[in-house]
Design a binder for this molecule. Structure first.
Ligand code: HEC
Length: 281
């Protein structure tokens, strides 16, 4: 198959998945959180969480570099107290994730997401005992871990969160609530932690989880844009990005489109692999 043919195949299959997504996704979760997997639950949740983690990386890096990084350069501010009425700022990346997790919980309450740490600024980000044991492995070799967490009755996946830029280290080391002040660049500062109460899901559930996470990113970004409209010096909101040098923010639909441009190919390829492979297990 030529590269073009392969691309066309991926696009066609992607379209089929999208049709499937809209036609067959349930509008609400089945009643009651039965721990009994349905007969359609053939997809290993570990693979779905890996897709979610990859989408989360795309959203986090888009938000961190193109909104926070580029935004600061043109005079926008970002704060842990961004939700306070008197603060004219947007969410720090960790709070972007926290708000996304709350939106996800509202739509798909079975899916848990948080940025955990051994030495957290916010006490609620401390790992549980069983998570801590697993995190030690993540911190040691830098690889993600996935495990059934008997204590919490969930399936859990953890992905390392690196101090990839100096700002991570400086802000955390100097923060008055931080119990650790000697972090260094490239240290593993914590882990993005996902939990789900069953180890297999149906195809429709898998797609619903992906949709819920995407919805979480966009709702969170929309809340920030709505707040920014009321700043005493309100940024221009439209199709421009602050990386162009203007005091502006892309509108939510622009942010969503850029996210999809960056995430869609990897996700549709992963979904194809997933649905092709599941019959063989
Ligand atoms: C300007 C300050 C600031 C910067 C820059 C920053 N953080 Fe944080 N980070 C925070 C605050 C504040 C929290 C607690 C947020 C909350 O309430 O959940 C946090 C939370 C976290 C957590 C969850 C554990 C905890 O400490 O509560 C991790 C892990 C983390 N940040 C990693 C990073 C990484 C990696 C970077 C760089 C890519 C980074 N942070 C950049 C301020 C910062």
């Amino acid at each position: 198959m030529s590269a073009t043919e392969r691309m066309v195949t991926i696009l066609l299959a992607g379209t089929a998945l999208i049709v499937f997504l809209f036609v067959s996704a349930p509008t609400e979760l089945p009643d009651g959180k039965s721990e009994q997997a349905s007969p359609e639950a053939t997809v290993p949740v570990a693979k779905v969480l890996a897709i979610l983690a990859a989408e989360n990386d795309v959203a986090r890096s888009l938000y961190t570099s193109q909104i926070v990084g580029a935004g600061k350069a043109v005079g926008l501010q970002f704060s842990e107290h961004w939700q306070d009425a008197s603060i004219e700022a947007g969410p720090l990346p960790a709070l972007f994730l926290r708000s996304t997790a709350a939106e996800v919980f509202a739509v798909t309450p079975d899916l848990g997401l948080f940025l955990g740490s051994e030495y957290p600024i916010a006490a609620s980000n401390l790992f549980s005992d069983s998570q801590m044991q697993q995190f030690r492995k993540v911190a040691e070799n830098g690889e993600a871990v996935m495990f059934p967490d008997a204590g919490a009755n969930t399936f859990t996946a953890m992905y390392p969160d690196y101090a990839s830029v100096q700002a991570c280290v400086t802000c955390h080391n100097e923060h008055p609530d931080s119990p650790k002040n000697d972090s260094k660049l490239q240290d593993i500062m914590g882990a993005t932690t996902w939990t789900y109460p069953r180890d297999r899901v149906s195809a429709a559930e898998a797609l619903q989880l992906i949709r819920s996470l995407r919805n979480g990113f966009i709702q969170t970004y929309t809340r920030y844009v709505e707040k920014a409209r009321g700043f005493s010096r309100a940024p221009q909101i439209g199709d421009k990005w602050p990386s162009g040098g203007d005091y502006c923010l892309p509108a939510p639909e622009e942010f969503a489109a850029e996210f999809e441009r960056r995430a869609a190919l990897a996700t549709s390829t992963a979904l194809l692999d997933l649905f092709e492979a599941k019959g063989e297990e």
